[in-house]
Unconditional design. Structure first.
Length: 432
């Protein structure tokens, strides 16, 4: 199947590149000449410069699929729904075909024309009555018309096919009157705020607790001065997380879609591999960030907080980079920061600071192995020295935001281990 990749820029969608699926995880990618040599073309991925070498053929002449495509592959309930509609068995060979049908409204500023066409055909066959929007009370109480609105769009206009992860998720949009709609059911001209709404991964009390505590973790991360944006709160086993890949230009009544892609994508790593070294991801940040020192420090702080707070689900698609219209490239605000050590499925840490098969557990030594300049290392070192005090104050921050005491008790060892990782920079700062 052939698809045209479209990018949202200056309030409109523009044909940008072509992706041709060949077999399994293989596909050929080409920028369209009319785009490549047009006015101010921006790349579909930070790993794929518009005027770079042709991508899509491996060393042996075998087509390979660009890594950014795997950010668009449906997961969770959206994936199950599309497979059911297609009557196809699941497997890695379905990743690209599912993106070609499901990536009509994903996170970020890209979409595939075949997915838009598929969604339009589906909507014609399954059209529901026009709605005037819903209140949040109707949403959290699972008001039947709202449920019908979401499920009659078969998880598609809710955007779930474009949102990865195992938890059931919906993309919802508020209009200027504060009423809520499935994301694609409201035009950009009427949109005011954009939300991701997440439900528990399973039906156990532990699943509900993980979701409830994710909002508390978000507040703690904000206190720790990590990069966060918007609101995050839970109501009736639903987590409302304000999206940061959308901005509304009120004067123009336009939605600005921010370029966003996972660190795995920026690193050029296709598929969904586990066990990627955090050094690979940190080096990727160092190569692409506008301010490498600031972004490397932010990344290491997040990993220290993951360690301290028991967020074991730290794989390479749970952190992303953004590029703004003015060219600024930085880590996206924090997301998927939750007490995954409590998850009933026992989520193990998938990314570690591994160098030559050895795990490094001191920040000063970690910095030595990141591929950047001495000046950047020095700046990051000084920034992390102050983070020791932040980690030391974590137990009080946990209490302040109402984290369950049994969870605080279970995290005491984690907090001390994270402090030990950064003790070197803190000690040197105190001596100077």
């Amino acid at each position: 199947m052939e698809s045209i990749i479209e990018i949202h820029k200056d309030g409109a969608w523009h044909p940008t590149a072509e992706i041709r699926h060949t077999d399994g995880p293989r596909a050929i990618f080409d920028y369209l000449p009319i785009y490549q040599f047009g006015d101010n073309p921006v790349p579909v991925s930070l790993a794929l410069p518009v005027h770079g070498e042709r991508i899509g053929v491996g060393e042996a002449g075998v087509p390979i699929c660009p890594a950014f495509m795997f950010d668009l592959v449906p997961q969770g309930l959206g994936r199950k729904y599309l497979l059911q509609e297609l009557g196809k068995p699941d497997g890695d060979h379905m990743d690209i075909p599912l993106a070609q049908l499901g990536a009509f409204n994903p996170i970020g500023n890209l979409r595939l024309d075949t997915a838009v066409q598929y969604f339009d055909r589906w909507r014609e066959m399954n059209a529901d009555a026009p709605v005037e929007g819903f209140t949040q009370e109707e949403i959290i109480n699972r008001h039947e018309p709202f449920v019908n609105h979401i499920w009659l769009h078969a998880m598609l206009s809710a955007g779930t096919t474009g949102v990865q992860g195992a938890s059931p998720k919906f993309l919802l949009t508020q209009n200027k009157e504060g009423l809520w709609f499935a994301d694609s059911a409201l035009s950009d001209a009427l949109a005011d705020r954009h939300w991701l709404v997440k439900l528990p991964r399973g039906k156990t009390q532990a699943d509900r607790d993980v979701l409830r505590i994710e909002a508390i973790y978000f507040a703690i991360a904000r206190d720790c001065r990590l990069r966060t944006q918007g609101e995050c709160y839970t109501r009736n086993d639903m987590l409302f997380f304000e999206r940061f890949d959308r901005r509304v230009d009120q004067e123009k009544s336009q939605v600005i879609r921010i370029h966003q892609e996972s660190l795995l994508s920026v690193a050029g790593i296709p598929g969904f591999p586990g066990g990627i070294s955090l050094f690979t991801l940190a080096n990727t940040i160092a190569r692409h960030a506008t301010d490498p020192a600031r972004e490397i420090a932010e990344f290491i702080k997040r990993e220290l907080l993951n360690r301290a707070m028991g967020n074991t689900d730290n794989h390479g698609r749970n952190t992303a980079m953004q590029q703004f219209p003015d060219g600024l490239i930085q880590l996206s605000p924090l997301y998927d920061f939750a007490p995954m050590f409590m998850d009933p499925e026992i989520i193990a840490r998938s990314c570690r600071w591994l160098k030559d098969k050895r795990e490094i557990d001191r920040v000063d030594e970690i910095l030595e192995h990141i591929e950047t300049t001495d000046a950047v290392r020095h700046e990051v070192f000084n920034e992390l020295a102050d983070f020791y005090d932040v980690l030391d104050a974590l137990p009080e921050a946990m209490k302040k935001h109402g984290l369950d005491q049994p969870v605080i008790d279970r995290l005491r060892y984690n907090v001390e281990a994270a402090k030990e990782m950064v003790r070197g920079p803190a000690h040197q700062k105190n001596r100077s």
